[in-house]
Structure formats: structure tokens, C-alpha cells
Design a binder for this molecule. Structure first.
Ligand SMILES: C[N+](C)(C)CCCC[C@H](N)C(=O)O
Length: 288
């Protein structure tokens, strides 16, 4: 893979990510804290206490990790399709793979990227949940001073396994929903493109955006559980496991708890995934 494309992919992935990060912070807070009345209330409180910077907490690690995570996801997906259908990316418009193959390849990519994502995602969630305003002289420092300090503290306290807290929930969240992601994308592209032709940039943007929304809608219940398990052991109670987390969250807060952050997740998913797919298609086209 030529270096410039890799860098271009990373930059466009990072652009999507920066665009989506403020939404992501509000989502994580709504999912794991009970002090907010809704999206608007959370935005206002975050802005008042922490200024605009509060929305960008925990962003540096995802930016660094998106290079690895995105290349594993798209690389494994495309290579799994190559194994399943014996067609390369360029040949796939003329010989479209079946949706079953697209789903299996997406799930495989999702499963493997979840393991790369897990430690980065844990650190992101922990930092996003630090609601203290920016440090003023004399005020006590927050528990984690930054991503590296956060990773080191977790490693010291819990060992390497601590960095994979919530990884199971993350894998369960991402494996089927990334299958859904690629199927939705392919399906929408084919609806708006003549047989054998390459989809237009507009089609790719819309299909990518809706693929993001659909997969996030399906992923939200396990996303809530994942975020709670990642926070467990910190200030909240530790759960006995994934099932215990599900049952006790539902008991205490009702079934609605599984849909926390759904609206904000969808609003974030459209621009992030529209940009991601557009750069993915353009890069592969330019490699021709
Ligand atoms: C599978 N799941 C829905 C969790 C994520 C799918 C989209 C991934 C994308 N990087 C984003 O951050 O939106």
C-alpha cells in the first residue's frame, strides 16, 4: 500500500472523526451519567463548565488509532471478500458479490478491528467522562492527566487485561453491526447506480452516511453496555459481567436505557461515515 494513500486515508478518517467527536462526547456522557436531562442539557452543561474544549476531550487517541482501526476494518473486509468471491475490488462492480458474502466479510473485519479498537476506546471513554473543568492553578488535578497517563494508570492498577475492559461487549457490538454496515452501503450504492458502473460521489456519501446510521442504530444497546463496563470499577459499581450489566441497568433505569445516545449517535454517524466511504472509494479508484 503506497504511503501517500495510507496517509490520505488516515487524514480523511481523522477529519470525519474530528467532525463527529463533540457528538461522541455528549453520547458517552448521556450513556454513563445520570445527571443530564437530555442532549441539549448535556451540551449546555458541558459548555458552561468546560467551554468548547470539553467536547473534544479524549480525541487524540482515536485520531492516532484510526489509522490502524480503519485499515484493519477495510483491509480485512476487502481481503475476506477476495477469498470468498475471488474478485478484487476493481472487479466487484462488474461481478457484484452476494449480500451474504458482503455480510460475512463485514463481520470478519468488525471482529478483528474490535480488538485493535478496544484499548483506545477504553481510554477515550474514561477521558470523556472526566467532567472537571480545565485545570486552574490550585484546583486538584483530574484523575487522568491525558491519554498516556490514563493508559499507564490502568496498566499499573489492573495489568494488561485492564486495558481490555469491555472488549467483549465491544466485539459483540461490532461483529454483526459491521456486517450490517457494509450490506447497507452496498445495497444503497446498487439502488442508485446502473449495473456495472461505479457509484457517483453523491451516492457514496449518502450510502456511507446511511450505512453509518443503520449500523449505529443496531449497535446502540451493546454500545451502552460497553461504555458502562468500561467505566465500571472507577466511580460506579463493578458489574459481574456483560449479562449482569444488562440486567441491572435495565432493572434500575428501564428498557429505555438501551437506547441512550441513539439520536446523537445517528447525527454523528452520517458525516463521519459519508467522509470515510468517500475517501475509501476514491483511494481505491486512484490505485486502479
Ligand atoms: C459498528 N459500529 C456501528 C459500532 C460502528 C460503525 C461505524 C464505524 C465508524 N468508524 C464510526 O465511528 O461511525
Amino acid at each position: 500500500m503506497p504511503v501517500e494513500e495510507f496517509v490520505a486515508g488516515w487524514i480523511s478518517g481523522a477529519l470525519g472523526l474530528v467532525l463527529g467527536h463533540p457528538f461522541d462526547t455528549v453520547k458517552v456522557r448521556l450513556q454513563t451519567q445520570t445527571t443530564y436531562r437530555g442532549i441539549f442539557d448535556c451540551m449546555v452543561k458541558t459548555y458552561r463548565h468546560e467551554s468548547l474544549l470539553g467536547f473534544f476531550k479524549g480525541m487524540s487517541f482515536p485520531i492516532a488509532s484510526i489509522a490502524v482501526v480503519n485499515s484493519v476494518l477495510f483491509g480485512v473486509y476487502s481481503n475476506a471478500l477476495l477469498v470468498l468471491t475471488a474478485t478484487s475490488h476493481q472487479e466487484r462492480r462488474a461481478q457484484p458479490p452476494s449480500y451474504t458474502h458482503v455480510f460475512i466479510a463485514g463481520c470478519t473485519g468488525g471482529f478483528l478491528q474490535a480488538y485493535c479498537l478496544a484499548p483506545f476506546d477504553l481510554i477515550k471513554v474514561r477521558l470523556q467522562n472526566q467532567t472537571e473543568p480545565r485545570a486552574k492553578p490550585g484546583s486538584p488535578p483530574p484523575q487522568y492527566r491525558g491519554p498516556v497517563h490514563c493508559a499507564a494508570s490502568i496498566f499499573q492498577a489492573e495489568g494488561p487485561r485492564g486495558l481490555f475492559r469491555g472488549a467483549w461487549a465491544l466485539t459483540l457490538r461490532d461483529t454483526p453491526t459491521l456486517g450490517i454496515y457494509f450490506v447497507t452501503y452496498e445495497w444503497l450504492c446498487r439502488q442508485f447506480t446502473l449495473d456495472g458502473q461505479t457509484p457517483s460521489s453523491g451516492t457514496v456519501l449518502v450510502a456511507g452516511g446511511f450505512a453509518g446510521i443503520t449500523s449505529w442504530v443496531a449497535a446502540t444497546p451493546l454500545d451502552v453496555i460497553k461504555s458502562r463496563m468500561q467505566m465500571a470499577g472507577l466511580k460506579q459499581r463493578a458489574y459481574g459481567g456483560l449479562l449482569d450489566c444488562m440486567v441491572s441497568s435495565a432493572r434500575q433505569e428501564g428498557l429505555g436505557v438501551f437506547f441512550r445516545g441513539l439520536t446523537i449517535n445517528s447525527a454523528r454517524a452520517f458525516p463521519v461515515n459519508a467522509v470515510t466511504f468517500l475517501s475509501y472509494e476514491h483511494l481505491l479508484l486512484s490505485w486502479g
